[in-house]
Design a protein. Structure first.
Length: 337
């Protein structure tokens, strides 16, 4: 699958909050001081949207909408992300001017005639997205139900995951191969920020539905190859990889990449199949590996400079599941604070 890359270097404006100079504040106020841009802020707080979706909702030409978006991004009120050939926009949640974007949205009367019409059009976009995600689900339903039948129950895996993670805060979390976004839905409530990455844009459409909740403003999904993560080193406190490594020829690369972007004290938790002999899963379900042994996973942890932690085995017929955890040596990360 073609994946166009845009490296998301850690952005200072995203990571540091604090006082603004009067020039910065004036630029942000000017940027927001326009009827179309107010609406763009309001829309991008509710949902991550592409230029073409925004153009359709706002009802202006694409070049005009793009110009307004640029002004808002330059002022730090919006963030833009590449996803394949698309560019997505969302309200900046961190950085000096981020509180201004939220405040504007909170002050804006959404019952006002034109604003409420715009929100109705946003709902249409969301409904269309749901329909696309649903059709992807239906096309793959057979595959998913077959895997569910063969494996340990989701509930059992979740219980074991919670036992390994404990019940504290999780800090900044990254879910590798997020798929349906299930792990985000389960864990992101305890995270400061949570990002799910997946290489498949249709899966991202499904995951977006799982995180389209008012209490998940801090949660996002991004298109990325987990063998080459678009994040700087020491960016996360918790990284999860649930049922994804067996699709890769080189899962050890993913473990090294996870170790790079983990903060000292941060944790990597892998849940995947234990060694099995269902050879047909390679041809029928594109599995590249027939499960993993403790020795294999632990050797990857060691090579990546991680310390092996707790692990659990869950017996399933015919596919048992293992959960392995590792810690990056060094100071405690944000999780558990
Ligand atoms: C079986 S699904 C698991 C999804 C999710 N983790 C869960 O347990 O519900 C595997 C996911 O890994 C994704 N994937 C496979 N190879 C990938 C890669 N190199 N980079 C990112 N995602 C990948 C697939 O697109 C798919 O969504």
């Amino acid at each position: 699958m073609a994946l166009s890359w845009q490296y998301e270097a850690p952005d200072e404006a995203e990571t540091t909050a604090g006082k603004l100079s009067s020039a910065e504040l004036i630029e942000a106020l000017k940027a927001a001081g326009d009827p179309t841009r107010l609406r763009l802020l309001m829309l991008c707080r509710r949902c991550e949207l592409s230029v073409s979706e925004l153009t359709w909702i706002i009802g202006q030409s694409q070049p005009r909408v793009s110009r307004h978006l640029k002004v808002l991004c330059d002022a730090g009120l919006l963030n833009r992300y590449a996803e394949g050939t698309w560019v997505m926009y969302r309200l900046a949640l961190q950085g000096g001017v981020a509180p201004l974007g939220r405040l504007i949205d909170e002050l804006l009367d959404v019952e006002e005639g034109e604003t409420s019409e715009i929100l109705e059009r946003l709902e249409e976009v969301r409904n269309r997205r749901r329909a696309v995600a649903q059709s992807y689900f239906s096309r793959n339903a057979e595959h998913w139900s077959e895997m569910t039948r063969l494996q340990v129950s989701e509930r059992e895996v979740e219980t074991a995951l919670h036992a390994i993670l404990g019940w504290g805060r999780l800090g900044d979390m990254l879910d590798l191969g997020t798929g349906t976004g299930r792990l985000l839905a389960i864990l992101a409530g305890r995270a400061e920020t949570a990002i799910g990455v997946d290489i498949n844009s249709e899966m991202l459409g499904v995951a977006r539905q799982a995180i389209d909740r008012p209490d998940f403003e801090h949660v996002q999904v991004r298109q990325a190859d987990i063998r080459r993560l678009p994040y700087g080193k020491a960016s996360f406190d918790l990284i999860t990889a649930h049922q994804v490594l067996h699709y890769l020829d080189d899962p050890d690369v993913v473990v090294r990449e996870a170790a790079r972007v983990l903060r000292p004290g941060g944790r990597l938790v892998i849940a995947d199949l234990l060694p099995h002999d269902m050879e047909q899963l390679k041809t029928e379900q594109a599995h590249r590996r027939l499960g993993f042994s403790d020795e294999e996973i632990e050797s990857w942890f060691e090579t990546a400079g991680l310390e092996t932690g707790e692990s659990v085995k869950l017996s399933g017929r015919p596919l048992p599941v293992g959960i392995w955890s590792a810690v990056k040596p060094g100071n405690q990360g944000k999780q558990g604070q």
